[in-house]
Design a protein around this ligand. Structure first.
Ligand code: NI
Length: 254
């Protein structure tokens, strides 16, 4: 039993076969999916998917690359959406200094607003941190007690240990199966198992042997297989542990 804790099923890449594809995940043991939003329309689509499918959960909010499209009043719309069925988190939010397509101050302001909302509503957050480790960490420190999962974590094992001290979680996806995966295997071995979750970040980052193709939650077993190698346990055990972690982090009853 697997839980894909970071998918973008609202993406147009799934417009041609979304429902058919969604109905196939259970065949490979993927019984829960969390859809992460990237802007306002995407947050509404996430809420629709959650309404339609009992096993789909949602995070709502603005991705840092969409932070410049956030307008006055959007944060209250996001707040309203959290009352909808199966919406369990705020995300994906954070900072992206790799593309740097949106001014850093704009990203930081949006990130802070979402963190403040999460604290107010007592919801966990799904964090996107690309080449912005320091600023991301500093902003999260402004919100003591915030519950965060770093998705597609790319930092070092040393940095991961710092984040563990804050009680944060990590989710890993297709990139860990790539030959050139650097930090991730080390991090997966260095942090406590009860802090790790699985994700696809689909439609991007398909795991080997599907690298370059459209990714989807049905490829979670490939990611679990890689972690099972690193942990020296069965893929089923990886599924059991990571699902338990996800249910606990997102506050979902079994
Ligand atoms: Ni994502």
């Amino acid at each position: 039993m697997f839980f894909d804790t970071h998918a973008h099923l609202d993406d147009e890449a799934f417009d041609i076969d979304r429902d058919e594809l969604i109905s196939s995940f259970a065949d490979v043991g993927v019984t829960r999916v969390l859809n992460a939003s990237s802007d306002m329309p995407s947050s509404y689509k996430t809420a629709e998917l959650c309404k339609k499918y009992d096993f789909i959960y949602g995070a709502v909010g603005f991705h840092p690359e969409a932070a410049d499209r956030m307008s006055e009043g959007d944060i209250s719309k996001i707040s309203e959406l959290t009352k909808k069925k199966n919406i369990v988190a705020i995300g994906e939010i954070g900072l992206d200094y790799y593309w740097d397509s949106v001014p850093r101050e704009v990203q930081q302001k949006a990130f802070r607003e979402h963190c403040a909302l999460a604290m107010e509503l007592n919801l966990p957050i799904v964090v996107h941190d690309r080449e912005a480790h320091r600023d991301c960490f500093d902003i999260l420190n402004e919100f003591p007690g915030i519950r965060a999962v770093y998705h597609c974590f790319s930092g070092s094992a040393e940095y991961a240990r710092e984040l563990v001290k804050k009680g944060f979680y990590f989710s890993f996806g297709g990139a860990i199966t790539f030959k050139n995966a650097r930090h991730a295997p080390e991090v997966i071995k260095a942090v406590p198992r009860e802090k790790i979750m699985l994700e696809t970040d689909c439609p991007y980052m398909a795991p080997v042997p599907y690298r370059g193709k459209r990714n989807h939650p049905g490829y979670i077993p490939q990611i679990a297989a890689k972690i099972s190698e690193l942990w020296s346990v069965s893929p089923e055990e990886v599924g059991r542990i990571t699902t338990k972690n996800a249910l606990s982090f997102f506050g979902i009853k079994e």
